[in-house]
Design a protein around this ligand. Structure first.
Ligand code: UDX
Length: 467
């Protein structure tokens, strides 16, 4: 058990609440401060403003050790102040640090030395800037440590309590040791380093994870052209202990609040420092194209999408979260709407009604697929595993499933009477439904073109003829 400390947390967002809740679980006293009155009031009433498994239980179990406030001065007695505010991307792709600076503006005047611990993902060099800002404000008595989070949505509590590593970057070794002592009880390697390297570890980790996914997505796209199966390829490659199996699932592209933001921030940081990070530019572009490939797959079977009804199944950027930030579903549904399709959407928790004006969000899967010309699996929710059922087939106008997450078994889906297209799985151009093929001329083998697609370059398949 760690020696109990008093910990202040700036920001009652997702990172702040997971961090605060888990530090309380480790035995510390936690005061979470946010600037949004409604949010603080909701938390005080025991309501969580977002969906994160296990977090409500952790917060409830430790309610005696956590309190929420609007008043930063209540943090004056804390030993440590965790900064857990957002760092969204600016128009230039840099990270917007304005929330970090306003947290610094609100730092309480403490009698004794306090330690500022940066959990938010920030550009390399931020620690130095914060240190200079603290000195300029005569707050030289405040120490600074970078302690990035590696929490994934949906598993954040588990990731916090059982991390692969804890990274601590400090200017002074005693500050690093102090932060390490807060985590006593968690068995994991601790990487103690300088502040800039800790900042870089976080950005590089997310950039590499995104790179792996863009890589396997490109392999999948080539698999489609040459008749290989990306599922077997990923398994065969991932068993190499030097490569490993994780983050190697092909799909409709990565999304979420971190990958896009952090990859851009790292690319921009390199650019600002005079280095063109070519690989990351490709990683981003591949991801943009990957989302749009769904449209070409639909066109292959249905011809023009104008007036066709498409069921978009799954909206959250991944299962077990209601988060729509950078979700591939938004790009896919918007493209369908732009093509003139009738878009019906479903998600068990995410609500995209405001963001997808023009689409109809339905309450259940059957209602969504009713009368649909195709169903597209965008998020691999468990509820979609049984999609290839007789009931669904009967509800759909045409039994066509585009499986953007390779969730279903292709053979079983075909045997159940559906036309099926996965990602990077062998697919026959002659799979278009016979009546569609006849009417739309869509069953001929696709022609491959390269050239600009909506502002991004790359290859895509297009149907040879349109009426
Ligand atoms: C990520 C990092 O995993 C986490 O360490 C960091 O702190 C924040 O960013 P998160 O955004 O919650 O976490 O989601 P993650 O589980 O990493 O998935 C990101 C995206 O990649 C999702 O859209 C997911 O569907 C996609 N993905 C993931 C794939 O397409 N293929 C994979 O193999 C893995």
């Amino acid at each position: 058990m760690a020696e109990s400390r008093t910990i202040g947390v700036f920001g009652a967002g997702w990172v702040g609440l997971v961090t605060g809740g888990c530090l309380a679980e480790l035995g510390h006293k936690v005061i979470v401060r946010d600037v949004v009155p409604d949010r603080v009031a909701a938390l005080q009433a025991g309501r969580l403003p977002f969906h994160e498994p296990d977090l409500p239980e952790v917060l409830a179990r430790n309610s005696g050790r956590i309190r929420y406030t609007l008043d930063a001065d209540e943090l004056a007695g804390a030993d440590v102040l965790f900064i857990c505010v957002q760092t969204p991307p600016t128009y230039s792709g840099d990270a917007d640090l304005s929330y970090v600076w306003s947290a610094l503006d609100d730092l309480p005047r403490a009698e004794r030395r306090q330690l500022l611990v940066m959990k938010s993902t920030v550009p390399v060099g931020t620690g130095e800037k914060v240190r200079a800002a603290l000195e300029a404000r005569s707050l030289a008595n405040v120490g600074y440590v970078s302690n990035p989070e590696f929490l994934a949505e949906g598993t954040a509590v588990r990731d916090f309590m059982n991390p692969d590593r804890i990274v601590i970057g400090a200017f002074a070794p005693e500050d690093a040791a102090f932060v390490e002592s807060l985590y006593v009880g968690i068995e994991t390697p601790v990487v103690q380093t300088d502040v800039a390297s800790a900042e870089m570890i976080k950005l590089a980790a997310n950039a590499f994870l995104s790179t792996r996914i863009s890589f396997i997505n490109e392999i999948a796209n080539v698999c489609e052209l040459v008749g290989a199966d990306v599922e077997s390829v990923a398994q065969g490659v991932g068993l190499d202990h030097r490569l490993g199996p994780h983050f190697f699932r092909a799909g409709v592209g990565w999304g979420g609040s971190c990958f896009g933001k952090d990859v851009s921030a790292l690319k921009q940081l390199a650019g600002n420092s005079g280095y063109h990070f070519q690989l990351l530019a490709a990683v981003i572009e591949v991801n943009e194209l990957q989302k749009r490939r769904v449209i070409a797959k639909l066109e292959k079977h249905l011809g023009r999408l104008r007036g066709k009804t498409i069921a978009v199944l799954g909206l959250a950027f991944k299962p077990n979260t209601d988060d729509l930030r950078d979700a591939p579903s938004l790009v896919i549904a918007s493209r369908l709407l732009a093509e003139g399709a009738v878009v019906r959407t479903w998600d068990p928790v995410a609500d995209a009604r405001e963001r997808l004006q023009g689409a109809t969000q339905c309450d259940n899967i059957l209602e969504t697929v009713r009368g649909a010309d195709a169903a597209v699996i965008v998020t691999e929710w468990n509820e979609l595993r049984d999609l290839a059922s007789e009931q669904v087939r009967e509800e759909m106008a045409r039994p066509l499933i585009i499986d953007g997450r390779n969730l279903l078994d292709p053979q079983a889906t075909r045997l159940a009477g559906f036309a099926y297209e996965g990602v990077g799985r062998p697919t026959s151009p002659f799979e278009a439904l016979p009546e569609v093929a006849e009417r739309e001329g869509a069953a001929k083998p696709p022609v491959r073109v390269s050239g600009p697609v909506e502002g991004v370059r790359g290859n895509r398949e297009v149907p040879p003829a349109r009426n």
